[in-house]
Design a protein around this ligand. Structure first.
Ligand code: FES
Ligand code: FE
Length: 412
């Protein structure tokens, strides 16, 4: 028997090719289920190694009732622990990021080593075993510098996604980058609508003037030779083939990886609009210190998407990376981070406004679209709608959600 009968009933109504039944988007039960069950059964993207660059750097990732500290130890290892004290359960880290030589609980000042071991607990009864009161670990994996956590005791496999991602982002060397700016945006929409919106560019033309200066939407569910059903190449596709030959010469071209065999990652090297080499307003590097070895003339970026909560763009001069978590049925936190070379100096090598302009504008536009979508779905008039040919990646997300949710409820 499931403890989420209404969620199970709605999942059973899902149809291939169509959006979800209403309450899976806007219902309170679905939010509780997502944050307390479904999202705990999968790998969630939290941050990069550059967010916890030095020993003692920590980064707090919140999901529903759970708070997780990702922290770099004195030995250079990055680990994850529940942000819950093993004394009487208080939250230990009270800020989202920071640096500390050890973790000290603000309640009764128990203190923990950066590797989770309990260091000091005052006035405990004789026989108290400090070694049995370390912080509770959370599963953490590193895909070439992208850090994923899983709140399940039995996390699903990671290896293939980890390898596919690490192999292609290696040239951007996340270990040598620093975080230049973080934007925390609250969208008043369900997290699945924010994700669905991210998975298509069907909406780009009418909504994203800044983004379309460097990205023409190709590769975001349409326009790649792999998307062509007719077999006859269009002029645009032939142009992409020519670009790919150039990337091949540089040794940076790999075939499109698109959620292979039920896996949860997509990796695509994509072209940029003619004359542009990065995702900025003028298409030119926003940071003078480049982060890859191939100069500033190649019209390309590398994009990664993972189910169910992230996307990332790697350009010649910066990385932009997005981590999403639900905060309520109609409230979602989108954390966007811009990374540049660790030696780049703000004001000299880069200007934060210029670096972040495209995606700050795009995030705000997407937030409004998702909020408007959420508002419309709440209406009695809503019925699951049919996805277009350009929305196959939206459907890939939705199918992942349904499959994972059903498995979590023991439905299949
Ligand atoms: Fe943390 Fe008491 S709850 S020290
Ligand atoms: Fe968009």
């Amino acid at each position: 028997m499931t403890s989420y009968p209404s969620v199970a009933a709605d999942l059973a109504l899902d149809r291939p090719g169509f959006t979800l039944p209403r309450d899976l988007y806007v219902g309170e039960d679905a939010y509780r289920f997502d944050s307390q069950v479904m999202l705990k059964s999968v790998w969630l993207y939290a941050c990069t190694v550059a967010h916890v660059k030095k020993p003692g750097d920590f980064y707090v990732f919140e999901l529903g009732n759970n708070s997780v500290m990702i922290i770099r130890g004195k030995d250079g290892e990055v680990r994850a622990f529940y942000n819950t004290c093993t004394h009487r359960g208080a939250r230990i880290c009270g800020t989202a990021t920071g640096n500390a030589p050890r973790l000290t609980c603000p309640y009764h000042y128990w203190s923990f080593n950066l590797d989770g071991r309990l260091l000091a607990a005052r006035d405990m009864p004789e026989g108290f075993d400090k070694s049995a009161h370390g912080l509770r670990p959370v599963a953490l994996e590193n895909a070439g510098g992208l850090l994923f956590v899983c709140l399940s005791e039995n996390p699903p496999p990671f290896d293939r996604a980890g390898q596919d991602i690490a192999e292609q982002i290696g040239i951007y060397n996340l270990d040598k980058l620093k975080v230049a700016y973080v934007e925390e945006l609250i969208d008043h929409a369900n997290w699945k609508l924010v994700m669905e919106n991210n998975r298509e560019c069907y909406h780009c033309e009418g909504n994203h003037p800044e983004l379309l200066k460097s990205l023409d939407g190709t590769g975001f569910g349409k326009g790649l030779p792999e998307d062509n059903q007719s077999g006859e190449m269009t002029g645009d596709e032939l142009a992409i083939e020519a670009q790919r030959a150039e990337w091949e010469k540089l040794g940076i071209y790999r075939e499109l990886i698109e959620f292979p065999d039920g896996w949860w990652h997509r990796v695509a090297r994509l072209g940029l609009a003619s004359g542009t080499v990065t995702q900025t307003l003028d298409g030119q590097p926003a940071c003078r210190k480049l982060i890859w070895p191939h100069g500033d003339k190649v019209e390309t970026s590398l994009s990664i998407w993972t189910q169910p909560n992230s996307w990332h763009h790697f350009c010649c001069d910066h990385v932009v990376t997005f981590s999403l978590v639900p905060l309520g049925a109609d409230k979602t936190m989108l954390r966007t981070s811009w990374l540049v070379h660790e030696d780049a100096v703000e004001g000299e090598d880069y200007d934060v406004d210029n670096l972040t302009a495209v995606w700050r504008a795009t995030n705000a536009q997407d937030g409004r679209l998702a909020e408007n979508n959420h508002a419309g779905i709440r209406s009695d008039a809503y019925r699951p709608g049919m996805y277009s040919n350009e929305e196959k990646l939206v459907e890939a997300f939705k199918s992942f959600y349904v499959k994972t949710a059903k498995a979590a409820l023991g439905m299949e």
